[in-house]
Every structure is written in C-alpha cells, then in structure tokens.
Design a protein around this ligand. Structure first.
Ligand SMILES: C[S@@+](CC[C@H](N)C(=O)[O-])C[C@H]1O[C@@H](n2cnc3c(N)ncnc32)[C@H](O)[C@@H]1O
Length: 786
C-alpha cells in the first residue's frame, strides 16, 4: 500500500501554506504601536510648539559636553526611544530585540539647488522645525563621529562664529566610506538646513537626504583660512600616484578621491592627453572596487587612447585594460550587449586573451538567458547558493502597461503555458531580517501611520546606497508606484547637483513599502523543497525581503495566474494556468483568509480592495457574516482538538467536522460561487480527509476531491484520463497533497495509469509553487514504475 500523506499541523488560515508574497510591515508594528502613538503625539506637540522658535543654545550645552568623551551614542540615547524589552546580555538564547525608535522629520524634498546659489547663514540664525530655503551652513566636525546605529551617524559640529551643535546624518550620506565615519576636523556644507525636535532632547540638526551634505576637501577655498588644513600642493601626477598607493593598499574610496583631485589639478589639455587617460583608467578600477559601475564604465571608455599609425604594444595593452574594465562594469549593470562589445574589442586586440575569452563566453550565456530564461535545473546547483547568482533577467515575455482600474500592471506579450516561466529577475536589493538587536530599527516618519521595521529599514539603506553609487538604476526605481502621497514623476531621472545624485529618501521608503516582496519560506513549505533554493543562512528568517524592479509592476488578484519562488537573489514567476497574450499577470500579495473582512483589511495596507470574481461574490453574498461566525467556531473547535482527541470518540469528532462543513457549505450559494473557490471549505475538508484516511479511504478521497474543488479546480476523471480545469482556481501546496493522495489511492485500487496522470499534475503544481522539482520525492516518495 502507498501511504497517504500524513495530517498537516493545525494552521489558522485556510490557506496558510500559500507562500507569503509581500510583507506588510504595518502588521508587525502592532506590538509597539501603542507606545509609538504616544511618542509621536508628544513629538508632534513639541514640534508645533517649537516651530519657528530660535534655537536654544543653552539646552544643547549638556549634550555637547558629553560629546567631549567622544562617545556620542550615550549622549544621544536620551533623544531616542527604546522600544520593547531588550535582550538579556548574559543569556545567549535570549533573542528579544531592541528596536531603536528613530523618528524622522516630516517628509520633505531634498535640496535641488547648487551650493553656488545658496546664501551662507550661521548656526545661531536657525529656527526650529523650519526649512531654511535658499540657505546653507558651513560647518566643521569637532568630534569623531559615532555610529549611533547602523543607520545613523552623529557628530558634534561648529560654525565659523564659534557656535556648536549636534548633527545626525543618515548612513546614506557617507556611502562607501571605509569607516562610514566623519573625521574630526572635516569641513562640509549643509544645504537648506533643517533643525528639528527629537524626543526628550531639545533638537538636533538633521541631514535626511544624502545630497544635502557636501564634504569639502581640506583646502577648499570655501573653508575659512583658520580651518584650512595646509596641503602641500600636489601636481596631477602626484595625486595620481597617491591614488595608486591607496588602490594598492585596498582603499578604493581614498583612491577615487585622489584621482578626482588629480583631474581637478589638470589643465583641459592634460585631461585629454596620456595623463588624463591613465587617471581615467585607474579611477575606473577604483570605481569597480567600490561597485560604482556607472562611473567605472564611463571612466574606462574615457581612458581609451587613440592609437598612432605605428603599432604601439604598450598603448594597445592599456586600451585592452580599459576595455576589460568597461566590460566588467557593463556586465554588473546587466547591460550585456555593452559588455559583449567591450570583450569582443579586447579579443580583437589580443585574440587569445584567456580572461577576455572567459568573460565573453559568460556574457554570451547571459545574453542567451535573456531570450530563453535560465536553466533552473543547472541554477540550483552549488552556484545558486549565495545571494548573488550569476544569471540574467528573463523579462521578454512581459511588459508594463496601463490597466483600466489599478494603475500600471504587467502584461503577457505572448501566450504562456501553465507551468512555464513568466519571468526571472535579479533583485535590486535583498536584505535578511537583522538577527542582532543592534541592527534592528524602527524608523518612523511622524506624519505616517506606519514605520519601517527590521529588514525594511536596512533595505532602505541598501537601495539608497545602490542608487547613489549607480544613478542609472534610479530611473526604473523612481518610476515605481510610491503610494498615494507621491504622484508619479514626469521625469524619473535622478538629477545631479554639485556632482552628486539628488535622491528623495522619503519617496524611496514609500517605494520599498509598496513594492517589496517577502523573501523566505513558510515553515510548511520547507518540506516543499524550497530549502534547496534558499540562500544558506537566509531561510526561515521571517521578514527577509527583496526588491525586484520589473516584477514590482505585478498587481494582486486572489485568482492569481502566477506564483513565485527564489533562486538566490533571483525571483522566478511561473504560470499557474495558461495565460493568454495580452492578459494581465497577477499574483497573491498575501495569504488569503476565507473571511472577506480579514482579507480586505490586509489588502488595505497596500491601499486597495481586491476586485476579483471571488471578492466580488463575497461582497454580494448575504451569508458572509454567518460564514465568519462558523469559521470562528471551526477555529475554536480545531484549537481544542488535542483535548477532544483524548476524550471524545473519533467518529463523533468527524461528525462535528461534517456538521460544521455542512453549515459552511450553505454560506456559498451556487448562483454567486459557481466555478469559484470556496475558501471556507478547505481546512475542514482537509481534516476530514485525514481523519478518514485509515478507517474509510474512499470517504477520505471524497474529501480530498472537495479540498481541490474548494480551491476552484474543476476536476473530472474519465477512465485513465483526468480533466483539470484551472480557470478561476488558486494553486496551493495542499492541492498538491490531495492530488498525491488521490494518485496513491488510485494506485492502491489498481489504476496505475490514472495514478501516474494524477502524480504528473501534482508535480506540475509543485514545480509552479516551488520553482523546481527538488523536494518532491522527499515529500511524496519516488513513485512506482507504472
Ligand atoms: C507593487 S504596486 C503594483 C503596480 C502598480 N499598480 C503601479 O501602478 O505601478 C502595488 C500597488 O498596486 C495597486 N494594486 C495592486 N493590486 C491591485 C488590485 N487588485 N486592485 C487595485 N489596486 C491594486 C495598489 O495601489 C498597490 O499598492
């Protein structure tokens, strides 16, 4: 006898084992919501009271005095709220987390003005809770900076008139700096400063947007003479040599700075000459190390030299180096056609160059994947492990178009068969849930009803750093939906002002909020083989998340036609049924609850109400209130099951199940639900299927069929053939379980061909859900030769 699949653990939602799609951080905030509300109210009141007031220097002195210890963290601790009990340091198994509650300024735009158009003002002229439009501060750090948290740096500063202040900067502003620190004595400009209230402390000067702070070179003419650090004037060559030393000592950040200074010291003709080409090539190398691919590509091409008529080995070699660097940068940006041209040019110069040949082949593979999709079976080998898999996006089957009623959506440009890959895409950023308390933050814009939490606040930093380093990525990012407060941008290009990309961090936070996907696996799904796809160390991390730019356009439908899974940082969508050309691709944003109100409330965190046929039927159905009541009764009953099992006869328990099922069935009138899923019937039918599996296998199988039908599948068996209509149905792991149970039952009854057809259907759905077949045999056995 083939054993049937064992009973599942109790799950609260009928469909709890459908993979979680996006995270709704608002829900996670519930635990700290009340505390936060009080904190925010207090802050708002303080903010209102202080608006426009002159800054009170005396109240700052105590804080600044403590800064002399060079430990900013304790000084600032009072200004931040600690939420929730922290872990007991002596107990290594205490994983309670501290959430640093950082309340941001009201959402505001970054300064778009160049430093040259701003008027300098002293610290003492600042008013509180006020944006000083058209103004700038020239400041100098008077302490070493301290990482207040992984997101925030604090430093004491002074102005030319001897006033002091405390400055907090979000990490974004000091990207890629080796120490992420502001050095004591560094001078900088703060554009259109904002001086704001922080809880329980008077206030701090805050830099929210990275481009609102400009670090100055020590000899910048803007710096007052008393602050200027005497620099031995260096020639372009000396700066270049300093850059080379920094590069050799693995300090690409410093190397880039030196090469920049070398350019600044050059004349126009030097820049276009051999010297300029050398510095461009070297800066390209520094930028490759910093993962500034945009700049590395441009520099590498700018470093190419015109070859003289007479053959020159040295120059050819230099050009080859530049082309190789251009190829690498283009590859990392995913612009494989540009990488291909660069590597072809390398091989024109040196046809046997082994690095060039290897990279050319790798690039050709990526170009092939762009048109055919990745070979998942190969991709799940050892190289799939790690967050950065070496594969290309496969997006050509879909494109973003305007929908009639819900903004943009993703549409199929060709017919896609059930089970086929709809798209594969590499993440812009993938962030695990922080495991350690010190990396766990709660960041709250005071006006918002929500905050960012855990991985999401780290995601924020990761995305901003990526875009700052590579502004070309920004266009697609900025065109994503950013919620109701951020109308679409007419021109989503990232502007450059004073040589720096100007990024509105608040818009980006909203983009992350509305577009990220949860990355991780439902515990029930681990047996579905997903572990083989999970990145080591990242599985079972509730709350890990990623951002995929193309897939972000996918809208939700409870009757979705695409399921997703992951290979490393790549998301893979497969069709759950045949998708017609020009049909919209939809997916499930969240586990679906059988109760309409609960489901609708969950979707409202994304600002919409689902309008699929099933939700429309639920809205029109007069019995949804009664259904909610019976579902609650069923839930209570199932929760008591362990006790009942010990005291009540199994037969009686089954009768109670069946009684509740009968009542629930009546809440689904045929005229409204014909052909649609009846979610409320899933859990109890599952239980009945398992309860009967040993005593009455035929009855058990009736309930297995009922589970499948409750998901909306219309299944007919005719001899050895199975008709399986997937219209308006929802794929789910429990459907795979029941298909396998029916398959095993039919095999036991002597119908091997039919059993094999059912197993094929189960495997097809398993692959759709899981991305690939690994884990199927572990869960269901190898199956027999039929
Ligand atoms: C990730 S974006 C999807 C793309 C978005 N429609 C756009 O215009 O870019 C998520 C947002 O799309 C909208 N959305 C998604 N599914 C929807 C649905 N079924 N009905 C209405 N709006 C939906 C909601 O505004 C949601 O916050």
């Amino acid at each position: 006898m083939e054993p049937l699949t064992p009973p599942p653990p109790y799950t609260e939602n009928a469909n709890a084992s459908i993979p979680r799609h996006s995270i709704s951080p608002s829900e996670k905030l519930e635990m700290v919501q009340a505390e936060l509300e009080i904190a925010k109210l207090r802050l708002r009141q303080q903010t209102r009271e202080r608006h426009g007031q002159r800054r009170d220097i005396s109240s700052r002195m105590a804080v600044l005095e403590r800064m002399t210890t060079q430990h900013v963290t304790p000084a600032l601790r009072g200004s931040l709220e600690l939420t929730g009990p922290g872990p007991d340091p002596s107990n290594k198994t205490d994983h309670r987390r501290i959430a640093w509650n950082m309340i941001l300024s009201e959402e505001h735009a970054p300064s778009h003005l160049s430093m040259t158009t701003l008027t300098k003002i002293p610290l003492r002229a600042l008013s509180m809770e006020t944006h000083h439009h058209g103004k700038m501060l020239l400041l100098r750090a008077t302490s070493v900076s301290a990482m207040h948290s992984t997101m925030q740096t604090c430093v004491a500063v002074e102005d030319e008139y001897g006033d002091h202040e405390l400055l907090t900067i979000y990490d974004f502003a000091v990207i890629n700096h080796p120490s992420k620190a502001v050095q004591n004595g560094t001078s900088f400009v703060v554009k259109e400063p904002f001086f704001r209230t922080v809880l329980d402390e008077a206030c701090v000067l805050c830099i929210d947007h990275p481009s609102d702070i400009l670090f100055l070179e020590p000899d910048d003419p803007l710096i007052p003479l008393a602050w200027r650090v005497e620099n031995i004037p260096k020639s372009p060559l000396q700066w270049k040599q300093a850059g080379n030393v920094a590069l050799r000592s693995q300090n690409p950040w410093e190397a880039e700075r030196c090469y920049n200074r070398s350019f600044a010291a050059m004349t126009a003709s030097q820049e276009n000459d051999i010297m300029g080409s050398m510095v461009y090539r070297n800066r390209a190398q520094a930028r490759l190390c910093l993962e500034h691919w945009d700049g590395a590509y441009d520099d590498a091409l700018a470093g190419m030299q015109v070859l003289p008529d007479i053959h020159d080995d040295f120059l050819e070699f230099q050009n080859m180096k530049a082309l190789y660097r251009a190829g690498r940068a283009a590859y990392e940006l995913g612009t494989f056609d540009r990488a291909l041209s660069a590597y072809n040019a390398v091989l024109e110069i040196s046809p046997r160059n082994t690095d060039g040949l290897r990279e050319l082949r790798r690039t050709e593979n990526r170009i092939m994947e762009q048109s055919t999709g990745i070979n998942l079976w190969k991709a799940t080998g050892p190289q799939a492990h790690g967050t950065n898999v070496d594969h290309a996006d496969f997006l050509r089957r879909t494109e973003v178009r305007q929908t009639e009623s819900h903004g943009r959506g993703l549409f199929a440009v060709e017919a896609i068969a059930c089970g086929d890959i709809v798209l594969c895409e590499k993440a812009l950023a993938l962030v695990p849930t922080p495991a350690m308390p010190e990396t766990f933050h709660l960041v709250i814009p005071p006006a918002a009803s929500r905050g960012t939490f855990g991985a999401q606040s780290n995601m924020w930093t990761a995305v901003i750093q990526k875009v700052l380093a590579n502004p070309s990525i920004g266009t697609k990012l900025l065109s994503l939906y950013a919620g109701p407060n951020y109308p679409p941008l007419k021109d989503p290009e990232i502007p450059m002002v004073d040589g720096r990309p100007v990024i509105d961090i608040f818009r980006i936070e909203n983009i992350i909020e509305y577009n990220s996907f949860g990355y991780g696996h439902d515990p029930e799904l681990t047996s579905f083989g997903n572990t083989s796809l999970a990145t080591p160390g990242m599985d079972n991390m509730d709350g890990s998340m990623g951002l995929w730019l193309h897939a972000s356009a996918i809208n939700h439908s409870c009757l979705f036609n695409a399921e997703h899974s992951f290979v490393g940082d790549m998301i893979i969508f497969r069709a759950t049924r045949d998708i017609a050309k020009d049909e919209e691709i939809t997916t499930l944003y969240k586990e679906i609850n059988a109760d309409y109100d609960t489901r609708d409330t969950a979707f409202r965190t994304w600002n919409f109400s689902c309008d699929c046929k099933m939700c429309r039927a639920d809205r029109a159905c007069p019995a949804t209130g009664r259904r909610k009541y019976i579902l609650q009764q069923a839930k209570d009953f199932l929760a008591k099951l362990p006790v009942l099992n010990a005291t009540v006869e199994p037969r009686k328990i089954i009768l109670m199940f069946e009684d509740l099922l009968g009542q629930l069935e009546k809440t689904y009138p045929d005229e409204l639900y014909n052909g649609l899923p009846r979610l409320g019937l899933i859990t109890l039918n599952r239980y009945c299927a398992y309860a009967y599996c040993f005593s009455d296998p035929d009855k058990a199988i009736e309930h297995s069929f009922a589970v499948i039908a409750a998901h909306g599948y219309k299944m007919k068996i005719d001899g050895d053939d199975v008709e399986f209509d997937r219209t308006d149905a929802m794929s789910a792991p429990q459907v795979v379980d029941q298909l396998m149970n029916i398959s095993k039952h039919k095999l036991n009854k002597g119908h091997p061909v039919l059993a094999s057809h059912l197993r094929d259907l189960a495997l097809e759905m398993y692959i759709i859900i899981n991305g690939e077949p690994s884990g199927f045999e572990t869960r269901y056995g190898r199956g027999r030769e039929h």
